[in-house]
Ligand binder design. Structure first.
Ligand SMILES: *Cc1c(COP(=O)(O)O)cnc(C)c1O
Length: 792
């Protein structure tokens, strides 16, 4: 009898079978060896693990190339034949830079959607013009290693250490540079109004070099293209300085131009108004739009003599989805191309722009909304500023006709915010320049209609839609949890426990409830509420050590933005609580607190299938959708959560009684805001809350630095925008119910099954088809595409 297959064996088999469907295993081995020998120039004696990976990647890529080319030919051939509702050519040129050194962005759910939307990683259907590389492991912003029970650690450790990850050092086997499609992008300069029209002159030029990555469909022989851009200095960069002896400096300065795509901004839900960021946003937008127009004109559809006429048909073949406001410059840039270069009238151009563009909002947090200073624009993009002013003039003219004399409304709706420094409200620009505006969960879409974009909803209600986010079951179930079908939870928990022990020398009790909160560290996500629950559990165990407490292993993971001090202190608090709790012999293995460092997709794929309880506890009205919540639901964890984001729809699909819902609803939060949130009153009224806060502020968890958490404490007590204390009591009560149910495995499992059964809605396949039908106006192509080895 042969040994039973392990999961790893099974996975290997599946992947080999997938490839072997078209070519046999012997061919595969031959090609692998050929790449090792001829491409990597190594033999088995000296090849490293990376060499093997590259040889395999190249072998797999070879299999895709035929389909990749065929798919592009198919689009070219079939495109003109299909009607308005036909298959729109996926000119999915992505407004993203191929940053060379990269960082934490693309970590959060939004970033996930960016990188892999073609694969339907999550719902977000189009690239954000964030200069980010989320498809690849982002800067491994690592958290220091945390060993509960280890005494060899220094007493004072930083909460998070960022380290560079030079991910392109060894090359990227999946991408193909396309220098033949390089495009110039202009910056700075000045605007001339002449008899022949407007000219943007004396600009500085940076070249945008495209890199294409194949994106295979699921068993349909389709391979689409993701095109990323890298900045290159032109040959003649600063050439004029050569004459005056500045040769060396001119060559060195080329780096300045190439810095545009060197690094991405690591913030999550936070706008940092830096010039380099604006440059990046314009760089990817300008490169992408030139590419779109070149391809449209080169298609059968666009290539007649009457190019001028044909551009008006662009919206029938091209959709530009503005994924957040980061690519908002697509609106003035397309206007500039159509009016200044193509010589269309303003009205004709505006019609094309608004029918082509659509906007997805991803947050209502005011600190995350992009508001660029007019001065910055005046200097960097003077022509775009003029165009934005003209868009605003016409927009306000329309509003003042609809609401004569309502000056306050004009001020609220203007694209330009007056004040010490004038600012451009990019969300307003996106709404005005788009035919569709959507939020990413039902409650979020309602909130934007009723609050931030209320005035816009009143004038154009038909523009506003909802597209609830989704996740891909291929990655988040079939790939990361192949054991789900065969009585899962135990196996996954044992595996993850073994992983923790091996990697971090942490021993955990696999019989305890795995209570997991993994996501970016942010005040609105309220990791601090989780901390207060941990401390409360700890104090209760200490008070009644002989009671039959439900054992829990609480795991919290996520990166802080490097400049977000409060978030880093939250990490510090979590690890400090762990140091005390995990080393208390009275507690034993009934409560453990683990900080999961370097949380990223590869870790998510391990921890989510092993989780019992999913923490989705943001303040109602702050998490637009969330996608982590969906991954846990699909993998058999139960959710403890607020009525926020997609949790609302999860409760609807699974039945509210099958989730642990607690806390304020959006209207309660609003009411409390009106009344005035007074954290101190909760502190004085709730003894367990008071005890926990006194312990934090008194140095109980940081004996060597008693004042360490005074800023956090001060925030929670006196200026907590996210009202942690207001939900404390209900959260603790709800957690008691969770603990009680966990003791009844039969009922727990029933609830899990009802969740898995109800999570179908959250497939990103559903999300994408909604975008396609309801925003882009296209239907799926029914035509099948042949594999390269099929006869044509
Ligand atoms: C899904 C995912 C997220 C998003 O999680 P939320 O709970 O929705 O914030 C963040 N990081 C990684 C690595 C993910 O896989």
């Amino acid at each position: 009898m042969s040994k039973p297959l392990t999961d790893q064996d099974r996975r290997k088999q599946i992947s080999v079978r997938g490839l072997a469907g078209v070519e046999n295993v012997a061919d595969l081995k031959t090609n692998f060896n050929r790449h090792l020998h001829f491409t990597l120039v190594k033999d088995r004696n000296v090849a490293t693990r990376r060499d093997y990976y590259f040889a395999l990647a190249n072998t797999v890529r070879d299999h895709l190339v035929g389909r990749w080319i065929r798919t592009q030919q198919h689009y070219y051939d079939k495109d003109p034949k299909v009607s308005r509702k036909g298959c729109r050519s996926p000119v999915r040129t992505h407004a993203r830079a191929r940053a060379r050194a990269h960082s934490g962005e693309g970590e959060g759910g939004g970033g996930r959607g960016v990188g892999l939307f073609c694969r339907r990683e999550t719902a977000i259907p189009f690239a954000r013009a964030r200069a980010c590389i989320s498809a690849c492991e982002p800067l491994s912003a690592s958290i220091y290693r945390h060993f509960p029970g280890s005494s060899s650690l220094p007493r004072i450790v930083p909460p998070q250490v960022e380290e560079a990850d030079d991910w392109l050092r060894y090359g990227n086997p999946w991408e193909k540079a396309r220098p033949e499609y390089m495009r110039p992008v202009h910056f700075y300069g000045r605007v001339e109004h002449t008899a022949e029209g407007v000219k943007w002159v004396d600009t500085q030029v940076v070249l945008a070099l495209p890199y294409d990555t194949p994106v295979p469909g699921y068993r349909n022989n389709i391979v689409n293209t993701m095109r990323l851009w890298s900045a290159k200095a032109p040959c003649e960069f600063n050439l004029k300085d050569f004459n005056v002896g500045g040769y060396i400096q001119a060559v060195l300065d080329r780096n300045l131009a190439e810095n545009i795509s060197r690094v991405l901004y690591p913030n999550d839900n936070f706008f940092e108004g830096k010039e380099l960021r604006l440059k990046q946003e314009y760089f990817v937008v300008a490169a992408t739009l030139q590419d779109i127009i070149r391809r449209f004109k080169a298609s059968k559809f666009g290539s007649t003599e009457y190019v001028r006429m044909d551009l008006s048909t662009m919206p029938e073949k091209v959709a530009i989805q503005l994924n957040d406001t980061h690519p908002a410059l697509a609106i003035p840039e397309l206007m500039r191309i159509l009016v200044d270069t193509e010589k269309l009238s303003w009205e004709e151009a505006w019609d094309i722009v608004t029918r082509t563009c659509a906007y997805t909002n991803h947050t209502v947090l005011p600190e995350a909304l992009e508001r660029w200073p007019v001065d910055l624009f005046q200097n960097l993009l003077p022509r775009h500023l003029e165009i934005i002013y003209e868009i605003n003039r016409r927009h306000l003219e329309r509003i003042s006709k609809l609401y004569p004399g309502d000056h306050d409304r004009l001020r609220r709706m203007s694209l330009i915010e007056e004040g010490d420094a004038k600012k451009i409200n990019m969300a307003h620009l996106c709404i005005v320049g788009s035919h569709a505006v959507n939020g990413v969960a039902r409650i979020h879409s309602e909130i934007i209609r009723n609050t931030v974009f209320k005035d816009f909803y009143e004038v154009d209600p038909e523009k506003f839609q909802n597209k609830t986010n989704g996740i891909t079951p291929r990655r988040w179930l079939v790939m990361c949890n192949p054991g789900l079908a065969d009585v899962i939870a135990e196996e996954n928990k044992m595996k993850f426990a073994a992983h923790l022990e091996e990697q971090y020398k942490v021993k955990i009790n696999p019989n305890s409830m795995f209570d997991v909160q993994v996501k970016r560290i942010h005040e609105y996500k309220r990791q601090l509420l989780n901390c207060l629950h941990i401390i409360t559990m700890y104090n209760r165990i200490k008070k009644e050590p002989n009671k039959a407490w439900t054992p829990r292993t609480v795991m919290i993971g996520g990166k802080a933005a490097p400049g977000y001090h409060t978030a880093k202190m939250i990490i510090k608090l979590i690890t400090s609580i762990g140091d005390i709790v995990n080393n208390d012999p009275v507690v034993g293995d009934r409560l453990k607190v683990i900080y999961l460092e370097n949380y990223r997709v590869t870790l998510a794929e391990k921890v989510i299938p092993a989780s019992d309880l999913s923490e989705q506890i943001s303040t109602a009205g702050t998490e637009a959708s969330g996608t982590g919540n969906m991954k846990f639901m699909l993998n058999g964890a139960l959710t403890i959560g607020t009525m926020d984001g997609a949790n609302v729809e999860m409760a609807e699909e699974a039945g509210e009684e099958n989730l642990f819902i607690f806390g304020m609803r959006v209207h309660d939060v609003e009411a409390l805001d009106k009344k005035g949130y007074d954290a101190v009153s909760y502190y004085n009224r709730i003894p367990e809350l008071k005890l926990a806060m006194d312990q934090i502020s008194g140095g109980f968890f940081s004996p060597s630095q008693p004042g360490l958490f005074k800023d956090l404490v001060n925030m929670l007590m006196h200026h907590d925008r996210f009202k942690v204390f207001a939900d404390y009591e209900d959260y603790i009560k709800c957690q008691e119910k969770v603990s009680a149910l966990y003791k009844n495995p039969k009922e727990w499992t029933q609830m899990v099954i009802r969740n898995i059964a109800g999570c179908g809605k959250f497939s990103s396949d559903r999300t994408i088809s909604e975008y396609a039908r309801e925003i882009w106006g296209i239907e799926p192509s029914l035509e099948k595409i042949a594999a390269p080895d099929d006869p044509r």
